[in-house]
Every structure is written in structure tokens, then in C-alpha cells.
Design a binder for this molecule. Structure first.
Ligand code: ADP
Length: 301
């Protein structure tokens, strides 16, 4: 471990993009407790995408304690990546690392990057790959020091270059691509509220899309905060109509190709959210073969 921290410190001292990537590579390896390669086959219809690699499905068939959880959540702004990733993180005891949160933490600090980041984020643009990898490396390094292993990434990778860098340093087991009808995405971003104290994510929007032209309707109830958070809610500065539309455009241009990147590697699990959390969460657990895990947790509570 001492060798590892020396190595980290040496890389921390360097500031070039290559050095950031090298440090990232080192940390990702340090956080990968065992190899995820598996020859298991999958023989049951679990509601999963049939084009996913058998080895990936094999991973999902294992007992959660034997799984190597190095997962990525993809999906448009407002789809609910943070909500589902943080629920899975609580369920599995694996850290949920949201690069958007890392960026917002940096922005809120008076660090050297703060004003530069504010301008980029508030215009709905992407931060450079180098900055993001550097922030993520620091977060992984802090996690490593606390003995963390595995991760559920949310918001990274967001460009093919980021995906290539990640793929070059570790084997991601599964990429969950959350999908929601486009009509709901803007409303969900505009209705998002965050507890300034605990960081909890809530939503005041009530989405009620009527059935039309053979397309089914969709209802998503608001996600109200618990009483202790109700008076501490804030709205993200980039959750304005103009900026959300820009983020959605950038997702199409920069992140849709990341879906293809993982699809072509057989790692992409497409998950169409059928509605709000109450309806979608049990279905997601079923798709991930984690229903028993939640039963165990409820029984222990
Ligand atoms: P969203 O709701 O759009 O998915 P996030 O909370 O994930 O938002 O990210 C907020 C902002 O942080 C993004 O608009 C972008 O400016 C920056 N950001 C987060 N992750 C990345 C990344 N992987 N690459 C570049 N920029 C990022």
C-alpha cells in the first residue's frame, strides 16, 4: 500500500493531461479487486437485452457478494441516473461516484478551477476530459484510502475518448443505459430539487403524459423530500430550460456515441424506465437479478 501511495503522490505532483490519465489508470487498477472476465453462460430470460455479452449476464447471475461491481450509468440529463445509482450504491455497499457532483463540489470551493468550471457548467457544456479525469482520480484516491473497492459511475464516461481511456485501464462489467421518453426529460430537470444539507435528490414535477396515437400514456409521481429536507431544497443553476436543452443536445452529440461504444462491446443493458421510481425500481432490480438482495436488506432492517 505504501508503494501505491508513493506512486499516487508522484503522479499528483504532475499536471499534464497524460499524467492525469496515468494516475487515473493506477487508481482504477487499485480499485479493481478481481478480474471480471467470466465464461458463465446465461440461460434465462431475465428481461435483459439479448445482445449483451454472455459473460456480462454471467456476472449478473452471480451472488452479489461474488460480483465485481464496476458499473456505469448512462442516460440523458434528467433520466434519473443519480437516483437509481445511489439506490444501488446503498443496496450493494459500493460507492456511487457522480462526476457531476465532483464538478459541483469543485465549483462550490474557492479552488483555482472554480470560476472556469462555473462558466462551462452554466452554459451546459462539457468540462474537458483532462479536468474530469483529474477530479475523478482524486475521488478514487480518497476512496482507496478509505478501503473502497468497486464503483458505480454516474456521468462518466460522457465522451468516446473518456470511454476509451476507461476501457484501457479496467474492465467495466456492465453499463446500464437508462431511457425515458423525451417529453419527460425537460420537466424532470426543471422539477429537480436537491437538499443542500444531505445532497438528496427529489422532484416536484408531476409528469402525466396522455396516451396518444397508439403511444401509451406515462405517469410519474413527484418524488417529495422527507420533512427534514423540505426547507433546505435548492435548484441546480444549470437546471434552467435553456441550459437543459443545451445539455440534451450535447448528450446527443457527445454521449450517444458512448452508448454505441459499449453496445458494440456487448456491455450495454438498455433499460426503459416504465414510470416513476416506485414502478421502475423493482423492475430494475429484476433486470439486475438483485431482488433477493433487497428482500434480505428489508428483512435485516
Ligand atoms: P446531467 O444532469 O446533465 O447528467 P451531471 O450532474 O452529470 O448532469 O453533470 C453536470 C455538469 O458537469 C455537466 O453538464 C458537465 O458540465 C459536467 N460534467 C459532469 N460529468 C462530466 C464528464 N464526464 N465529462 C465532462 N463534463 C462533465
Amino acid at each position: 500500500m505504501a508503494v501505491l501511495s508513493r506512486c499516487s503522490r508522484a503522479v499528483t505532483a504532475a499536471t499534464t493531461p497524460n499524467a492525469a490519465a496515468a494516475k487515473f489508470s493506477y487508481l482504477i487498477r487499485a480499485l479493481s479487486p478481481f478480474s471480471s472476465s467470466s465464461s458463465s453462460t446465461f440461460d434465462a430470460d431475465n428481461g435483459l437485452n439479448s445482445r449483451i455479452k454472455p459473460a456480462v449476464l454471467g456476472t449478473l447471475k452471480r451472488e452479489p457478494k461474488d460480483r465485481n461491481v464496476q458499473w456505469v450509468f448512462l442516460g440523458c440529463p434528467g433520466v434519473g441516473k443519480g437516483t437509481y445509482a445511489s439506490r444501488l450504491s446503498d443496496l450493494l455497499g459500493i460507492p456511487h461516484i457522480a462526476t457531476g457532483d465532483l464538478v459541483r463540489d469543485e465549483l462550490a470551493s474557492s479552488g483555482p478551477l472554480s470560476s472556469q468550471l462555473k462558466e462551462i457548467v452554466n452554459q451546459g457544456k462539457l468540462v474537458s476530459d483532462e479536468i474530469i479525469i483529474d477530479l475523478l482520480s482524486k475521488r478514487l484516491e480518497a476512496g482507496e484510502a478509505k478501503g473502497e473497492s468497486g464503483f458505480i459511475l454516474d456521468g462518466f464516461p460522457r465522451t468516446v475518448r473518456q470511454a476509451e481511456i476507461l476501457e484501457g485501464v479496467t474492465d467495466i462489467d456492465l453499463v446500464i443505459n437508462l431511457k425515458l421518453r423525451e417529453e419527460a426529460l425537460l420537466a424532470k430537470c426543471l422539477g429537480r430539487r436537491i437538499c443542500s444539507e444531505c445532497g438528496g435528490n427529489y422532484n416536484v414535477a408531476c409528469i402525466d403524459i396522455k396516451a396518444e396515437n397508439g403511444k401509451p400514456g406515462m405517469y410519474m409521481a413527484p418524488l417529495p423530500p422527507p420533512p427534514q429536507c423540505a426547507s433546505k431544497l435548492i435548484t441546480r443553476a444549470d437546471d434552467t430550460e435553456e441550459v437543459v436543452k443545451q445539455r440534451l443536445r450535447i448528450y446527443q452529440a457527445m454521449t450517444l456515441p458512448v452508448e454505441d461504444f459499449y453496445r458494440s462491446r456487448g456491455k450495454l443493458l438498455e433499460f426503459d424506465l416504465p414510470g416513476g421510481v416506485r414502478e421502475s425500481w423493482p423492475k430494475l432490480l429484476h433486470a439486475l437479478n438483485l431482488e433477493d438482495e433487497e428482500d434480505k436488506q428489508s428483512a435485516a432492517a
